[in-house]
Write a new protein. Structure first.
Length: 226
């Protein structure tokens, strides 16, 4: 009996060691592929970085214990500085039982803004709510049924979400899968997936179009993103 138990323990150790070796090899290959992409496109690759977005605050939905920012790509898309990376944190015990995953992974894509921002988050509602009334501008009623916005500075929110930008967000299908957050000196979007450089560029283009629509007055006189 003791011999059988020892054999089981030995097999468990070998399987565990094999899994660790495969994971390390996969990570090394993936880092090499991302580094090669960065070199080919004139970008910079960093394996991990403690604060890739400086003092920008990530959305609450991606927060978790033992967080790590890894596979960080930085470069320019036109005139705009773009940062894309993976943000991971430890899964809860319930998540591990349900999915078998030990960590959650999110792709973060961020564009530096012309000036510091107030905190502002814009995302599509999972279920559009009923309109409360036409109001003075029908665009307001339609936008409020489709989007949820949370901010700490009403003047900044109004400057970012002027009528033309609200109409653009309503019409652009990318807004359905790319939530947006203004924070610190960046505007960013996130999604539960690993980093793919080409898909990250698609998200960056969306953020750049949004920034280009924001009037410069949104950043006038702002000295802090808080």
């Amino acid at each position: 009996m003791e011999g059988a138990l020892s054999l089981v323990a030995l097999v468990a150790v070998v399987v565990s060691a094999g899994a660790i070796t495969v994971a390390a090899h996969f990570r090394k290959d993936r880092a090499a592929a991302l580094r090669a992409w960065a070199h080919a496109n004139g970008w910079h690759y960093t394996d991990h970085h403690p604060h890739p977005l400086e003092d920008s605050v990530l959305p609450r939905t991606v927060h978790g214990q033992h967080a790590r920012s890894q596979h960080v790509l930085t470069g320019r898309r036109g005139a705009r500085l773009v940062t894309a990376f993976e943000y991971t944190h430890t899964a809860t015990a319930a998540d591990r039982r349900g999915t078998g995953r030990s960590r959650h992974t999110y792709r973060i894509v961020a564009v530096r803004t012309p000036g510091p921002n107030a905190e502002l988050e814009i995302r599509r509602r999972v279920e559009p709510r009923s309109a409360t009334g036409d109001g003075p501008d029908p665009v307001d009623a339609v936008f409020d049924t489709a989007f949820q916005t949370t901010g700490n500075d009403s003047a900044f929110t109004r400057a970012v979400l002027d009528r033309a930008t609200r109409m653009w967000l309503l019409a652009d299908s990318r807004s359905r899968s790319l939530p947006v957050r203004f924070s610190g000196d960046h505007v960013l979007t996130w999604a539960p997936m690993r980093l793919d450089p080409d898909r990250a560029l698609t998200a960056a283009d969306y953020l750049i179009e949004l920034v280009d629509r924001v009037p410069s007055t949104a950043w006038n006189g702002r000295t802090t993103g808080r």
